[in-house]
Design a protein around this ligand. Structure first.
Ligand SMILES: O=c1ccn([C@@H]2O[C@H](COP(=O)(O)O)[C@@H](O)[C@H]2O)c(=O)[nH]1
Length: 278
């Protein structure tokens, strides 16, 4: 079985380093001329799949924007995941789950067990009940070639107070998360399956990402103010494993399919140039 790290490495080699989110904000539905209901949600998600599913390496549905419509929204999320899987892009579900280990096992079954209707290639997870509490997710992901992206240094300004607080041994909370994920990826080739979320907005924080050996998902580009040029400052020598992520900046070009493709192509070209610059 091919690991998630290997599948992601291949997808990025073939399609380029880009993740695009499906975030059907009420404001975006309105801009696309769609109603703020499940029919609008369905049309929005289908349009993104049609435009980008066959060309972007990773597509990241944001679960919250589907969940807000209840069971019918989740049904559309299931359908969107199926369409994305058929289109060839990897599906990273942004759900930021985390809990005590026995409950994490149920989240793992929901998203990382191939028999689940919400089965995806990878999920985002929150480490604030302890990275060890996420073990059932790591285990099920490893068993089925899936991946987990753990929040380390998030793109929002409020994150720093928690993530940059010092633990008893003097490391920041974020650095302890980074170090634990690095251990999980030790020796993996060509890339580990356990990633971190590190926002493009955070600047040079002095955290050591050199041993992660896994993907570094970087949201915060575009609508939150970061530019591809900021990636160098944030990631330094870890740039080769960065997966830049855009939602509103690309989605704002819709609903025209060609315009969405052009926006994603522009984002990819800008990120490629920034990641390659010396
Ligand atoms: O640190 C984080 C972690 C996750 N996100 C999510 O990414 C997208 C960003 O959307 P934009 O429209 O590109 O701002 C969104 O789904 C967030 O929940 C993040 O922004 N920062």
């Amino acid at each position: 079985m091919e690991t998630f790290g290997a599948r992601l490495h291949r997808a990025v080699t073939e399609r380029g380093p880009l993740c695009v989110g499906i975030d059907p904000h009420p404001g975006l539905l309105a801009r696309w001329g769609l109603p703020d209901d499940v029919t609008g949600l369905d049309r929005f998600a289908r349009t993104v799949v049609e435009a980008l599913g066959d060309r972007v390496a990773v597509i990241k549905p944001q679960s919250a924007f589907f969940e807000r419509f209840g069971a019918r929204g989740v049904e559309i999320l299931e359908s969107t995941i199926r369409q994305l899987r058929d289109s060839g892009s990897l599906v990273l579900l942004d759900v930021k789950r985390g809990d005590i280990g026995s409950t994490v096992a149920a989240y793992a079954a929901a998203y990382l067990d191939p028999s689940s209707p919400l089965y995806v290639d990878a999920v985002t997870a929150s480490p604030y009940l302890g990275v060890g509490s996420l073990a059932p997710m790591f285990e099920l992901a490893a068993a089925h070639g899936g991946g987990v992206f753990v929040l380390a240094l998030t793109s929002n300004p409020e994150g720093a107070a928690v993530q940059r607080a010092r633990a008893a041994d003097g490391r920041t909370v974020a650095q302890t998360v980074i170090d634990e994920i690095s251990q999980l990826n030790a020796g993996a080739e060509p890339l580990g399956s356990f990633g971190l979320v590190v926002g493009a907005t955070i600047g040079d924080t002095g955290h050591d990402l050199s041993a992660v050996n896994g993907p570094l998902l970087s949201p915060g580009l575009g609508a939150q103010g970061a530019t591809p040029a900021d990636l160098r400052l944030v990631f330094g020598s870890s740039l080769p494993t960065v997966l830049p992520s855009y939602s509103r900046e690309v989605l704002g070009a819709g609903p025209d399919v060609d315009a969405l493709r052009a926006a994603a192509d522009r984002a990819l070209a800008d990120c490629r140039a920034a990641l390659a610059a010396r």
